[in-house]
Design a binder for this molecule. Structure first.
Ligand code: PLP
Length: 405
């Protein structure tokens, strides 16, 4: 039977301590042992099912990790206090001084800044490449390369990674393929396409309420054990631990993820089609004009759609800013970074989430001044939203058409 990530989440069963339908929240930083030997065995990782100290594991964090591993089809998962708190330990766990990473050049600005400015201090270098060109990716591999890194759908340009093709290259050169799947939960299941490790910022669609920051690494039991090792595990030692209360609230929100993703995708597909027809430069993987539309189709779990993210080019930063301010005034959405909220969120990545990337590099990768990134909300009547957006676009001169509604 075909893998369906929402069904695997549905099939999990948890109970609270007193038979509650929600698992109890573990409200302790440390745990008692009836015997000293069990404590030593737990510390040395020789025993399962016991908790030692909450930076290591907590029952609530393990519950959330189980749901995310089920969703991504991996053996297990480790949750973290943020998306960056999940991605950075993965990179540090897999690389030593002198090692090399081949990364997509269009990735979240924080990850880019970590690779470009931070880990060179530890002797780890990164080559940034156009991830859609497999020959260029392979040519960038050196004898020191350890990781191929990409986002399944990239922030902010919505480039789509050929995960099957990248996985073949990774296997050939004995590299780990690490994929950030934050933009396309449920729609794409990277581990089923050959990714070794899948990360998410839970802050976005997965939590979906813009009230929490969190992250996860999904992978093999062996790798997650490595990350958690008390001796040399990057997650354990860098200490980006999720709080149990948050893990519990994110787990509850995950139960509606499949419903939300369908609505985000439906609304984004509708708007993208309209904007495209209006003559705006619109990027959305669900549009046939997207260069990787067919690739996305070949990888996707079709019922969840092409995701909730789209971009348009407003022509200039001034017009982009005017449009975003007006749309916020009209309560179409919020001028805010991040994604996956019930309201539409919009920002100009060049001056916000990708501002870590230099102007020259932005130009080279096609990140224009007027680009607006939209995370489309769960609006009940998206045609009404479109009419409101179009009125704003005409008012600020992004669209010149007569208003025909
Ligand atoms: N990965 C992607 C694709 C993102 O968009 C972000 C944040 O915007 C992150 C990772 C980092 O996540 P967090 O802010 O939860 O650390």
């Amino acid at each position: 039977m075909k893998f369906n990530p929402a069904d695997t989440i549905q099939d999990l069963q948890y109970f609270g301590e007193f038979g509650g339908v929600n698992p109890s929240i573990s409200d302790s930083s440390t745990y008692t042992f009836l015997s000293a030997k069990t404590m030593v065995d737990t510390f040395e990782g020789n025993i399962d099912g016991c908790h030692l100290y909450s930076r290591h594991t907590t029952p609530s964090n393990l519950n959330l990790g189980d749901a995310l591993a089920a969703m991504e089809g991996t053996e297990t998962a480790n949750v973290a206090a943020s998306g960056m708190g999940s991605i950075t330990p993965v990179l540090l766990q897999l690389c030593d001084a002198g090692d090399h990473i081949v990364s997509s050049r269009t990735i979240y600005g924080g990850t880019y800044a970590f690779l470009k400015n931070f880990i060179p201090r530890l002797g780890i270098q990164t080559s940034f490449v156009d991830i859609t060109k497999l020959a260029i990716v392979e040519a960038a591999i050196t004898k020191n390369t350890k990781i191929l890194y990409c986002e399944s759908v990239s922030n902010p340009l919505l480039e789509v990674a050929d995960i099957i093709g990248l996985s073949a290259i990774a296997k050939k050169h004995n590299l780990k393929l690490v994929v950030d799947n934050t933009f396309s939960p449920l729609s794409i299941t990277p581990a089923k396409l050959g990714a070794d490790i899948v990360c998410h910022s839970l802050t976005k669609f997965i939590n979906g309420s813009s009230d929490a920051v969190g992250g996860v690494v999904c992978g093999s039991q062996e790798f997650i054990n490595d990350l958690r090792s008390v001796n040399d595990g990057a997650s354990m030692l860098l200490g980006s631990t999720m709080d149990s209360l948050r893990a519990s609230s994110i787990l509850k929100n995950m139960r509606t993820l499949h419903i939300r993703m369908k609505q985000h995708s439906k609304n984004a597909a509708f708007l993208a089609g309209k904007f495209h027809a209006d003559g705006l430069i619109t990027v959305y993987p669900g549009l046939e004009s997207h260069p990787s539309h067919e690739l996305f189709k070949s990888m996707m779990n079709a019922e969840y759609g092409f995701g909730g993210m789209l971009t348009i080019d407003a022509g200039s930063l001034e017009k982009a800013n005017a449009l975003m301010e007006l749309m916020q005034q009209k309560n179409i959405g919020y001028l805010a970074v991040s994604l996956g909220f019930y309201k539409t969120l919009f920002s100009a990545p060049g001056t916000s989430t990708s501002s870590e990337i230099s102007e020259d590099e932005q130009k080279e990768m096609g990140l224009t001044d007027g680009l607006i990134r939209f995370s489309i909300g769960l609006d009940n009547d998206i045609e009404r939203t479109y009419r409101m957006m179009k009125t704003c676009m005409i008012e600020v001169g992004v669209l010149e058409n007569e208003l025909v509604l």
